[in-house]
Each structure stands twice: as C-alpha cells, then as structure tokens.
Design a protein around this ligand. Structure first.
Ligand code: HEM
Length: 215
C-alpha cells in the first residue's frame, strides 16, 4: 500500500488530508471538460437514434435531471466542508455554471425541438401550465447568478450583495424540483426525492444560520 505523508511532517495523512491534498492538484477547469460529457453523450445518442421510441423525451428529461443533480452537488459543497472538513469549495463555481449550462440546454431543447419555436404554444405553456411556470421562474432566477459567477462581479458588487444574489440558488433548486413533481400526474418517488434532498440541504443552512444568529 502507498504510504501517504504530508509534505512537512512524517505523520501518516488522514483520509480528509489525502482528499484535500488531492484536490489541490486537480484544477477546477477540468470540471468544465468533464461535466458536459453526459449531456453531450445524450445528444450524440439522440443523433444516432439510440434513445428509444421517444428520443426527444429522453433528451429533454435527461438534461433536466443532470441540471438538478448538479444543483445538488453545488449545494453539498458547504455541508461537506462543515461536517467532514473536506474542502471542495474551489469546484463550486464550475459545478454551478455547469448546472446552469444544463438548464440552458434543457430549455433550448424545449424551445427548438419540443415546441419548434411555435411562440403561441410556448407563451401558453409559460403562462398557463404550473409546472412550466416553476421551471421558467427557476431558469430566470439562475440567469443573474450565472452572470455574476466571476471574480469581477464579486469585486464590483461586494461579497455581501453578491452572496444575497446567490441565495437565489435556493429558490431555483426548489422551483426546479417542484417543476419536476408537478409535471407528473401522480406522486412519483424520484421527483419527490429531489425535492426532499433540497429541503434537507436548505434546512441545514437555515438551522446553522439561526444558531449563528442566536450565539
Ligand atoms: C432550473 C430549471 C429547470 C430544471 C432543474 C428542470 C428539470 C426538469 C426535470 C428533472 C424534468 C423531468 C425529467 C424526467 O421526467 O425524468 C423536466 C422536464 C421538463 N421540463 Fe424542465 N427544468 C427546468 C426548467 C425548464 C424550463 C425553463 C422549461 C420550459 C419553459 C422546462 C420544460 C420542461 C418540459 C416541457 C419537460 C417535460 C418533458 C417531457 O417529458 O416531455 N423546464 N425538467
């Protein structure tokens, strides 16, 4: 077995130290290459006609699910650091931006392939169907978050205003999961599970915030 030691001491490294040391060597830009792969693979399969009898459905739904999964991954970074001391914070921006990219791809598939830019039907959907209203509002809230996910915006807005804007991710996550719950005609396990995961992740932050206020 490999003996792991930290650079300035002879003590063996703990698992947390090993992970943190590994993350120092893995650059965040790698995620901009790796995270689009499942989405591109879906597109490739759609082009190759390998997505079954309803490829549009599989493509559109798949992109939506990846978006939700990346939103969860982004929200997990803070609790993982607080509870385990594993620090993945340098990857959070890439995860968030890739979640947004999946939402944009999902929305684009809806506009171009599902509705074929038939604006009357799109407008009717966006104003009348509750699940589309939730999806659309989640998307609109994510736009300023994605646009300000850079160092210049943090400097210009100041960390306090920037953080407030980025609280929008809590709404977008819950609205995105609600969009999924509502599109099903019955209560299905998977969409409810996404909603429950977001409730736990946001609830955790709320409890920590209240504890800090009281202390
Ligand atoms: C944060 C934003 C969004 C998220 C996280 C999201 C996520 C999802 C998920 C998880 C599904 C269902 C996957 C499945 O059944 O396996 C879905 C389906 C769908 N979404 Fe979204 N969505 C978002 C925004 C939007 C927007 C803006 C629109 C269009 C205005 C939209 C239109 C649709 C449609 C039409 C379906 C159903 C596709 C079908 O089964 O035919 N979504 N979305």
């Amino acid at each position: 077995m490999l003996a792991w030691t930290c650079t300035n001491c002879t003590e063996p490294m703990t698992l947390v130290q090993k992970v943190n040391s590994a993350t120092r060597r893995v650059p965040a830009w790698l995620l901009y290459i790796l995270l689009p792969v499942p989405g591109l693979w879906l597109f490739w399969q759609a082009v190759q006609n390998q997505l079954g009898p309803d490829p549009l459905d599989v493509l559109e739904n798949g992109l939506g699910e990846y978006a939700l999964q990346l939103l969860i991954a982004g929200l997990l970074v803070t609790p993982v650091r607080n509870l385990t001391k594993i620090n993945l914070i340098k990857y959070r921006r890439a995860i968030g931006l890739m979640a947004f990219a999946y939402v944009v791809a999902h929305f684009t598939v809806y506009l171009l392939l599902d509705q074929q830019l038939y604006w009357d039907a799109i407008w009717k959907d966006i104003t009348k169907r509750p699940y589309i209203i939730f999806g659309m509002s989640a998307f609109l809230v994510l736009v300023p978050l994605a646009m300000t996910s850079n160092n210049l915006s943090i400097r210009k807005l100041g960390p306090l205003v920037w953080r407030r804007i980025h609280w929008g991710v809590y709404y977008a996550s819950v609205a995105g999961a609600t969009h999924y719950v509502l599109m099903k005609k019955t209560w299905e396990f998977e969409p409810l599970m996404y909603l429950a995961i977001f409730a736990v992740l946001i609830g955790y932050r709320f409890i920590r915030f209240r504890r800090r206020m009281i202390a």
